[in-house]
Write a protein that binds this ligand. Sequence first.
Ligand code: 5MM
Length: 323
Amino acid sequence: MSILHSTARELTHGGRGILAADESIKTMSARLEAEGITAGETARRDYRELLLTAPGLSATVSGIILADETFGQELSDGRPFPVAARELGVLPGIKVDTGTTPLPGAGGALITEGLDGLGARLSSYAERGAAFAKWRAVIDIATTTEQTARANGHALARYAALCQEHGIVPIVEPEVLCSGDHDIVACADTTRLALAVVFNELEDAGVDLRGIVLKPNFVTPGLEAPKVSAAAVAAATFEILRSTVPAAVPGIAFLSGGHPTDDVCAFLKELSAIPERPWDVTFSFGRALVSAALSTWGGAPANVDAAQERLLDNCRQAADATA
Ligand code: 5MM
């Protein structure tokens, strides 16, 4: 088995999942400030160290996605984050997109940037220990068209092919945003379009599907719309995935998208129980794993243990949902 295949499998198989701790400096700073913590390089580092060093994290977490700033930082014991992650039994990953910008003439739809110079950056990340990478396309139901989905799918495919050339597993994340009051059918339609286009582009780019991880949204009503049952979400999500995601993909790791922890774990549990599913399913949650830990910490060293317990509880709940 090639390193790409074994890494993709290690990330998604065996009842563990991925911790998304790759908030950009702007997003992370805003989340710290919202908890009354003065945001700066040191606070962002301390917070990511709290997450990575939670005792026994590797029992439930296979990989951690880091932002460029964190990837170049050291823990308080002097170990670089990617080195410490491997020593702690967690594969280090790196977010390599550089964010979104409006696509010209596309009514506000966004395109994700970061392809220029990406090959050189991937070489450097690989030398420093990155096992996998992440690129997120942001897809808004109100503005997405076939053309804008294709532009984002094309970028995702170019990124994925480049990652594989450097021995790095690409996480392919076409995120249909959960914000809004749309119904589940609207989410299903846009998710189907986004995934169909992405797999078309991945095939055209010659990407080895056995060496990727797909990171999609669950198919749900918008966060401001009435909820449906977890069984209904799982059925709708499986229906879309079955018709768009080839069985060669080893694993699917879902984003949480702003849904509460209990809800996304219930969605995952229902999906895991579908017997005809050809891929492993797991989590690649950000907020659903870390929000409670961040507010428990509040920037106080005395709260680190309690914050780590909140993180570990959520990781255990998510991992249990994959069984
Ligand atoms: C952790 O947040 C990631 C980076 O976000 P920004 O670049 O906007 O700061 C984000 O890509 C995340 O990995 C996914 O959206 C999944 O996170 P959630 O919180 O939706 O599970």
